[in-house]
Ligand binder design. Structure first.
Ligand SMILES: CC(C)(COP(=O)(O)OP(=O)(O)OC[C@H]1O[C@@H](n2cnc3c(N)ncnc32)[C@H](O)[C@@H]1OP(=O)(O)O)[C@@H](O)C(=O)NCCC(=O)NCCS
Length: 173
């Protein structure tokens, strides 16, 4: 991996992807409220305090052993935080595991697709040899659609949580 990869501001047609910071916690607690978001990914809506702690840890940008780079962006639309996209880049891969979450009230408008596409383009630009992967619950059709828009395809391999591994090996073959 190229050293010191850090999330940077990304702009798309409708959104700004801001590198995640602790100051996003209060607004994101509102965006991530509800129960539907957690149907396939597990967990529950975090409080603002929980997010503050999580974001403080994530915005360090790498794991303590330096083997992973953590890239997190808040999706902002007209001054509101509506979701996030993230990439975990393995130092010895280079593999980048990506994920996306959009608040319930902002779903179904192409936000995840637009934000994830911009993140994938950013990753491929900054790390041309990157292999992009994702773990997706087999019934999570919305997430599968987002993945397909990035050129990812299901591999038929499942992890211990029952999520299928997707990657861009067909795109880059
Ligand atoms: C997955 C998720 C991020 C999609 O966000 P979104 O902004 O609504 O996605 P988009 O509007 O870009 O839509 C993406 C595709 O999913 C489809 N879709 C959206 N909501 C859907 C739903 N409830 N059921 C089935 N398909 C759905 C859209 O039609 C679109 O497909 P198309 O482009 O092939 O027509 C959002 O549903 C979410 O946050 N879910 C909970 C968290 C999660 O599961 N994250 C994925 C972890 S891998």
């Amino acid at each position: 991996m190229r050293g010191n990869l850090r999330a940077a501001l990304i702009t798309t047609e409708r959104f700004t992807l801001e590198p995640l910071g602790v100051h996003h916690a209060a607004e994101m607690a509102k965006a991530l409220a509800g129960t539907a978001i957690y149907k396939y990914i597990g967990g529950q809506a975090p409080t603002a305090e929980e997010l503050e702690k999580r974001y403080a840890a994530q915005s360090v940008g790498s794991s303590p052993d330096g083997r992973q780079t953590w890239l997190n962006w808040i999706i902002r639309e007209q001054g509101r935080s509506i979701g996030f996209v993230q990439a975990t880049v393995e130092a010895d891969g280079p593999t980048s595991d990506v994920a996306w979450v959009v608040g319930e009230e902002f779903q179904g408008r192409g936000a995840a697709t637009e934000a994830a596409r911009a993140m994938a383009a950013w990753l491929r630009h900054h790390q041309p040899s990157v292999r992009i992967t994702a773990s997706i619950h087999p019934e999570n059709t919305a997430s599968a659609s987002v993945a397909r828009h990035l050129g990812l395809t299901p591999t038929g391999h499942f992890d211990e949580d029952g999520e299928e591994q997707w990657d861009d090996s067909l795109l880059t073959a």
